[in-house]
Design a protein around this ligand. Structure first.
Ligand code: XMP
Length: 535
């Protein structure tokens, strides 16, 4: 099904040599309107032939082409006769494998580099004579193989790019996929559209239609079960399934009582009996169960474990009530697949998007309709499917929910406190950002709105009580921490510079409107050294 998306579709295969930007390359290619998949360098050459890609991209990687760390790749990779772009290590591999000279530089070249383009016939058709690109290497191509033309160089790098159109071989020492490479998009576009001859007509709507047809065919008159968390991935997966098989689908939504304010009702409004989709929807009110299991627990990892286990138990009980189901639906997305181990289907199957699903629920097969999509593509599919924007554009929310945004013991009172404060924070960011969007529309403001620039933003309970004064009374109440970060990968993050007057306004509202809060703190710490969540 959706994992065979390359069938009958123009495809670029990204052959991964262990580079940190493998996903990014595939995303950039898809942005050019061409479907791309990532496969490890061990992916059999016969499989590549079977897929019949329009082009190959060899990624960068940490290894050297010679010496002990050299990778054992199939030399046939260089003889497939398919247009190939080698990037960084991929470029060196091409140079070395075809008889060029690769050497180790005394010092690494890392960061921005001024690139002089000397040939605009192929990759650089849309690039000026001078550009800036991102370099990250120690080895370098000292001499291009016979038949190759050197098309760009830098002060320290004699072969910053080379090509041999007769062999369909193209290479850049720098990383065109990285945003810092000013003309990176133009280079990739020239490769996939002009050199590989792709039409560039890959679109999400065709993916959505095709997947719905495939699901219908696969499920036949069987039954499917979907664990719905209200997050973007499981919501999009559920709607796609619902469009395909309607009442043959049952969605189980476990309300563990650790969701954001009104979230449970919002999920039910969309997926429940009054919503637009005709599916079977079960909302399990498991709040008390979770609260009692969490009572007295303060250690973050213990909280996570309890929530994960209890979630499985509740889901399992519901699945048993429904009886034999043929298919279990999961909202696994492409980064999960890549991170779970490429090409190893056993590992891929065991990836549990919802924090661990029962292994012994009575189902025959797993359906993962989004397993080839990146997050922004999942959101785009959601829009194609008509899912409300507030659900589609949601920021990520952790599986253990507010439990890891309450330092120390989780109690219903603290949950309410965090929910209310968080609601105010999000509401005010919305109002502020809408105004910015209007200003932008009117040409008085440029760039992303506050909301568009934030990766994640929320309120957390610090477990700190302190003295305050309200009216004529002394208070001894809790401090709420506001956290807002800018991040593209969630591995590192910077604290957002929220405008002071907005913070002041939010603070006033929280202290006035939320019970048991007399102080609001703003977390200015980046990740590292802090993490995004408090626990
Ligand atoms: P940290 O706090 O590690 O968070 O900087 C990075 C990203 O991961 C999310 N996160 C979790 N998601 N279960 C999840 O499903 C968890 O236990 C969990 N812990 C953190 C966090 O929201 C952020 O997006």
């Amino acid at each position: 099904m959706a994992e065979k998306m390359n069938e009958g579709r123009e495809t670029i295969l990204v052959i991964d040599f262990g580079g940190q930007y493998n996903q990014l390359i595939a995303r950039r290619v898809r942005e050019c309107g061409v479907y791309a998949e990532v496969h490890p360098y061990t992916f059999p050459v016969e499989e590549i032939r079977k897929i019949g890609p329009k082009g190959l991209i060899f990624t960068g990687g940490p290894n050297s082409v010679y010496g002990e760390s050299a990778l054992e790749y199939d030399p046939e990779l260089l003889k497939l006769g398919i247009p190939t772009l080698g990037i960084c290590y991929g470029a060196q591999l091409m140079a070395y494998g075809l008889g060029g000279d690769v050497r180790t530089a005394p010092t690494s070249e890392y960061g921005h580099a001024d690139v002089k383009v000397t040939d605009h016939a192929g990759l650089f058709a849309e690039v000026p004579d001078e550009t800036v690109a991102w370099m990250s290497h120690t080895d370098y191509i000292a001499k291009a193989p016979e038949g190759f033309r050197v098309t760009a160089h830098t002060e320290v790098c004699p072969v910053a790019a080379m090509e041999c159109p007769e062999k369909g071989m193209y290479a850049t020492q720098f990383h065109p996929e990285v945003m810092h490479s000013v003309h990176g998009t133009e280079i990739l576009r020239s490769f996939v559209l002009d050199i590989c001859g792709c039409a560039g007509d890959w679109k999400m709507d065709s993916f959505v239609e095709k997947t719905i047809d495939e699901i219908r065919e696969k499920v036949g008159d069987g039954k499917a079960l979907c664990a719905l968390s209200g997050g973007v991935d499981s919501s999009v997966a559920a709607v796609m399934m619902a469009k395909a098989i309607g009442k043959q689908l049952t969605c189980v939504f476990v309300d563990h009582g650790l969701l954001r304010k009104n979230e449970s009702e919002e999920v039910e409004a969309v997926f429940g009996p009054d919503g637009p989709y005709e599916l079977n929807f079960i909302r399990v009110d498991a709040r008390e169960r979770f609260y009692s299991k969490l009572a007295g627990v303060t250690e973050p990892e213990r909280k996570r474990k309890i929530i994960g286990e209890e979630f499985i138990r509740v889901f399992e009980e519901e699945a048993k009530k429904i009886g034999a189901v043929d298919f279990l639906v999961q909202g696994t997305i492409y980064p999960d697949v890549i991170e779970s181990g490429l090409g190893d289907s056993a590992t891929i199957k065991s990836h549990h998007n919802v924090g661990g699903l029962p292994d012994f629920v009575d189902f025959k097969e797993i359906i993962e309709p989004l397993r080839m999509l990146f997050k922004d593509e999942v959101r785009q599919s959601g829009r194609e499917l008509g899912i409300p924007e507030y659900l589609v554009s949601r920021q990520p929310f952790p599986g253990p929910g507010l439990a890891i945004r309450i330092i120390g013991e989780v109690t219903p009172e603290k949950i309410k406190m965090v929910q209310d404060a968080d609601y105010i924070f999000r509401e005010e960011v919305d109002i502020y950002s809408k105004k910015q969007a209007e200003e932008r529309e009117a040409g008085r403001f440029e760039g992303p709105t506050l909301k568009e620039s934030l990766g994640q933003y929320f309120a957390a309970a610090t477990n700190m009580q302190s003295v305050g004064v309200m009216g004529d009374f002394r208070t001894y109440d809790y401090a709420i921490a506001l956290r807002a970060v800018m991040t593209s990968d969630f591995m590192t993050a910077d604290a957002a510079k929220i405008p002071w007057e907005l913070l002041e306004h939010i603070t006033t509202r929280i202290v006035n409107e939320v019970d048991h809060v007399n102080r609001v703190l703003y977390d200015c710490t980046s990740k590292p050294p802090a993490t995004i969540e408090m626990e």
